[in-house]
Design a protein around this ligand. Sequence first.
Ligand code: NAD
Length: 393
Amino acid sequence: MIIKPKVRGFICTTAHPDGCRALVKEQIDYVAAQPHAQGPKKVLVIGASMGYGLASRITAAYSFGAATLGVIFDKPASGSRTASSGWYNTAAFESFARADGLYARTVNGDAYLREIKKQVIDIIKADLGKVDMVVYSLAAPRRTAEDGTLYSSVLKTVGAPYTNKTIDLKNRAVSDITVEPATEEEIRATVKVMGGEDWKAWIDALKAADAIADNAVTVAYSYIGPSITHPMYADGSIGKAKDDLFAASKTITAEGIRAYISVNKALVTQSSAAIPIVPLYISILYKVMKAHGVHEGCIQQMYRLMNQKLYAGNPVVDEENRIRLDDLEMQEEIQSEVNDLWSTIATDNLDTHADLAGYDTDFYRLFGFGVEGIDYEADTDPEVAIPSLAANS
Ligand code: NAD
């Protein structure tokens, strides 16, 4: 079929297998060309199919030659529907890794469930013995608990409503938006979905099965950002979940496995596109960081995390033991320019104040579109197998 983007709000319901494959290759080539530290050899990545998780998997494989086991929650193609881009990314990653002699297996299922944890542990025991790194990079809108209760996370403020600028990307218009405060119950549900409970449950399950090395490291990702985003993010319902994730890092460490929070840069991913106010901030940030030559994507961030922060001698952390990959984003001169642009940005000066083209390019690339060298008019087979899943079916 001819595969075109079908955008609905902040999601694209189609994905292009060849575009996704080319972008996975681009990330692999980037990492392979960099100098490498000595790192882990058996890495479990939970949330491995897109964004920061995919980039973590690629970095572990191509910096350290690590065997990687990925947990994803993606859909294969069916009838006239393409697969999800995470499916195509994973198929591509596995095929490149295997061709390069690297172990790569994937479990496709809901990472919150005990059954999926068991499947993963069985594979570790059979194939790897013990993992020496666990990356927890889930970004999920909801979680079904073992008792069947459905928890949905919300992107709202805590306490008071917050009004600031936002962008309607479809109509290219800047307007004010008021984000309402979450209820106590919504905050609790957001913490349940995006907090640290499930991260700790993974580590506990791995320890109970003797499937994690004593000297293993585990990392989960967070965001802080500048004050204009705080009511919406750091101090909002998602921020409460991130506080809980941070608390879990301390408990996991106290119980024997070194756990870190890495505070990453704001980037266009399927998850961040859904947050009010943040996409406008990101498109201004892109403009400023590109002008200063310090813009990075997921792969540059994850390369730096593993090679320069986590495994370059003693981990490089801030006073709260967090890894700061937002160091470039939060530089004073970057934030001061972003602030100036933010204060005057409006629909009629979007082109001079923000990098909307850069935002768009990154958004479409999440789904494999807009990639140089891909013939989007060509008849394309949407059915692509993930090698390790095909082998087991
Ligand atoms: P993403 O949407 O690109 O990736 C999320 C991954 O989680 C996908 O692979 C998805 O398939 C997987 N997933 C979702 N639900 C799942 C489930 N139930 N079971 C198994 N897998 C599931 O998101 P991202 O932006 O890379 O976010 C990853 C982490 O990084 C999150 O904790 C996020 O808060 C954090 N972070 C993101 C940004 C940003 O700007 N994007 C900045 C800092 C930190």
